[in-house]
Ligand binder design. Structure first.
Ligand SMILES: Nc1nc2c(c(=O)[nH]1)N[C@H]1C(S)=C(S)[C@@H](COP(=O)(O)O)O[C@H]1N2
Ligand SMILES: [Mo]
Length: 214
């Protein structure tokens, strides 16, 4: 689901291949900047990445910027779908897989969700399975280049199978949770799960089990 497919093949036969755009999305050329609030200034000496909450060992795990970014680097090819209806296709994101963090700082067995925290208290909640997807990445690069400040430098989360607001820019940590709680946009009318292929845009579309009561 949600993987980029080959484009421009001129195949108009109506095959059953996955369409390249989720329903209701239009193609965006270039890379716009979309976020709430100001762009934070990166101060390496004050930056740390924290994993806290219901960890397996009950403790907090912290990394400096240098420690975090010296972990094994991988790339993931993924599209970005903004809930405001544009999609940017075929970006190559580079960084550290979320799974690596789950391995180094494992969650307690009761953990079902995570809250991903960013600068200025921005947050987004994810089901543990979405966070643990092998394509979920803490990105430092796009198309081989370091992220720019407005696109989330030094670190942003990319969750390829969900709308882009599920991927905070300027990430600073992850909270392991034993129950679901809404993040910043999820508290403000956006869908708790946010699957673009199911067009889960707004919280009024939620079905029982999709999220905590509003
Ligand atoms: N910290 C933070 N991250 C954020 C947001 C935000 O408001 N704050 N907006 C999200 C939304 S709605 C989108 S579409 C993408 C946009 O990423 P871009 O500006 O790099 O295109 O960032 C996401 N990450
Ligand atoms: Mo967005």
């Amino acid at each position: 689901m949600g993987r980029p497919v080959e484009r421009g093949s001129g195949d108009a036969s109506g095959s059953a291949a996955q369409p390249e755009l989720p329903p209701g999305q239009r193609l965006q050329r270039g890379w716009p900047v979309t976020h709430y609030g100001p762009v934070p200034k990166f101060r390496p000496e004050r930056w740390e990445f924290r994993v806290f909450g219901a960890t397996a060992d009950g403790g907090k795990h912290c990394w400096t910027h240098e420690e975090f970014t010296s972990q094994p680097y991988t790339t993931v090819l993924a599209d970005l779908h903004c809930v405001t209806k544009y999609s940017m296709l075929g970006a190559e994101w580079g960084g550290i897989p979320a799974r690596a963090i789950l391995e180094i700082a494992p969650p307690a067995p009761q953990v079902t969700h995570v809250m991903v925290w960013a600068e200025y208290g921005f947050s987004s909640n994810l089901r543990l399975a979405d966070f643990a997807s092998e394509r979920t990445l803490f990105a430092t690069h796009k198309d081989g280049e370091l992220l720019t400040a407005e696109h989330g430098f030094p670190l942003r989360l990319v969750v390829p199978h969900l709308y882009a607001w599920k991927g905070p820019k300027w990430v600073r940590g992850v909270e392991y949770m034993t129950a679901d709680r809404r993040g910043f946009w999820e508290e403000r009318g956006y869908h708790n799960v946010g699957d673009p292929w199911k067009e889960q845009r707004y919280s009024y579309q939620e079905e029982p089990g999709d999220g905590p009561e509003l």
